[in-house]
Design a protein around this ligand. Structure first.
Ligand code: ATP
Ligand code: AH0
Length: 404
């Protein structure tokens, strides 16, 4: 037997595993590195987050990625070059973190690498009948494995698509395994570049678990912070706090087929970008708004569309349910923006709000942890049946790269 297969088998038989989850999201702010100790699988999964770091991306890397990120027309060579480059870089960043944490790479059982999404194209967006849902993450796992010497799981989203999903949100699986609680209807709301949520029913029934993207989280706020402030984001929503929401622009922003489409659905900066806002401004004759009003309107746009999506679920899931029966646990960078969270709380006054941190997982680390949980599930789980629910196919995900 190939010794690496034997090694994989041995890892699967261990009582617990140390898995490093990696996530680099649509905000391009950096690489989240979460070292997890995981035992069990499915609803028996227990995760201890031993270490966590976000390694910021430097401007050079951000600019290299932006030349192809969410663009329909690119220089193909750039995509080809970035694929191994990002894989090698992520591998090196893992080694740097382990060095800082004084941990020998040989103590790590596996890496679970999301890679960098460069294009997301669900069918509802590309609208070409003969093509399926599609998404592309780069930073090939073979390079991560070769650089670190650690077995690497990567490219998690293709299996989801192969079984009828849109390749996202994948958080639903880890959310269910880690945060499902009998007796409490939970909504796990992640506000990264794009916002999404998982609904976890109080009866714990996997076949009614639900997930969807809701639209922009921070992606437009960041784009306009770069423009108005020359900063990566509007810290604590300070600029937005000084402005007034413009109702005409807000209405124009909310007029898009994505918001009327049925759940579950996914999106990305391919749709929600500066051109989208400029087109809405032209339509609503609001091209000369002051920066503060632009920011206030964009933050309200994110809050309104998140709240609308959650309200629709509260009604859809069971007409008797009331907002008061739901607890919303927030995570992702948007949870640090009081302008966003404050508006959300006003829009959903009867829901209880908290942070994922109160459930034992740092909200900034949550997505990276989720990929570690997905790799663990591929190794030792796969026994949870999610029913025929669209968006949550019953599959395990991640391709295996051996270091040698
Ligand atoms: N103090 C803060 N004030 C305002 N916004 C903040 C603050 N801290 C973080 N953010 C926002 O959070 C963003 C980063 O969020 P996060 O790391 O969750 O995104 P991501 O994982 O890249 O996105 P996605 O989940 O869509 O892939 C920043 O770009 C910024 O917009
Ligand atoms: C294609 C892609 O990278 N989608 C991301 C993105 O960032 C947030 C939202 O859009 C979510 O659907 C997804 O990531 C998380 C980790 C997910 O799949 O759950």
């Amino acid at each position: 037997m190939n010794l690496q297969i034997q090694h994989l088998y041995d890892i699967a038989r261990k009582p617990d595993r140390r898995i490093i989850g990696l996530m680099s999201g649509t905000s391009l702010d950096g690489l989240d590195v979460a070292l997890c100790r995981i035992s069990g699988s499915g609803l028996e999964t227990t995760v201890v987050l031993e270490r966590f770091a976000t390694v910021p991306y430097d401007d050079d890397l951000k600019n290299e990625i932006r030349t192809i990120f969410a663009k329909t027309t690119i220089v193909f060579e750039q995509l080809c070059l970035l694929n191994p480059y990002i894989g090698r870089l992520h591998g090196q960043l893992i080694l740097d973190c382990l060095h800082d944490w004084d941990i020998d790479p040989r103590e790590i059982d596996a890496v679970a690498s999301h890679g960098q999404t460069v294009y997301h194209a669900p069918k509802s967006q590309h609208r070409r009948d003969k093509f399926p849902n599609a998404t592309l993450q780069i930073g090939d796992g073979d390079h991560v494995a070769a650089v670190t010497g650690i077995i690497t799981f990567s490219d998690f989203r293709q299996k989801h698509i192969a079984h009828g999903g849109e390749g996202a949100p994948l958080a639903v699986y880890g959310d269910y395994f880690m945060f499902s609680k009998l007796g409490e209807n939970r909504i796990l709301l992640n506000m990264g570049g794009i916002a999404n949520f998982t609904y976890l029913p109080a009866d714990g029934d996997a076949s009614t678990v639900f997930t969807t993207d809701t639209g922009p989280g921070n992606t437009l706020l960041d784009a306009y912070a770069r423009k108005f402030l020359n900063k990566p984001y509007d810290e604590d929503g300070r600029l937005a706090a000084q402005g007034q929401v413009n109702p005409n622009l807000l209405r124009a922003l909310k007029t898009n087929p994505f918001f009327d489409a049925v759940f579950p659905k996914t999106t990305g900066p391919e749709v929600f970008n500066v051109a989208y806002v400029e087109e809405a401004q032209a339509r609503s004759q609001t091209t000369n708004l002051p920066a503060v009003d632009m920011m206030a309107t964009l933050v309200q746009f994110s809050a309104d569309t998140i709240a609308d999506a959650i309200r629709r679920i509260l009604l859809n899931s069971n007409n008797e349910k009331k907002e008061g029966d739901f607890c919303i646990y927030m995570s992702g960078g948007g949870a640090h923006n009081p302008e966003l969270t404050g508006r959300l709380e006003k829009l959903l006054p009867n829901c209880a709000f908290g942070l994922t941190d109160s459930l034992g997982i740092n909200g900034d680390a949550k997505e990276a942890v989720l990929f570690a949980v997905l790799a663990n599930e591929s190794l030792v789980g796969g026994n949870t049946y999610f029913g025929n629910r669209q968006g949550v196919p019953t599959v395990t995900m991640g391709k295996v790269s051996f270091p040698q």
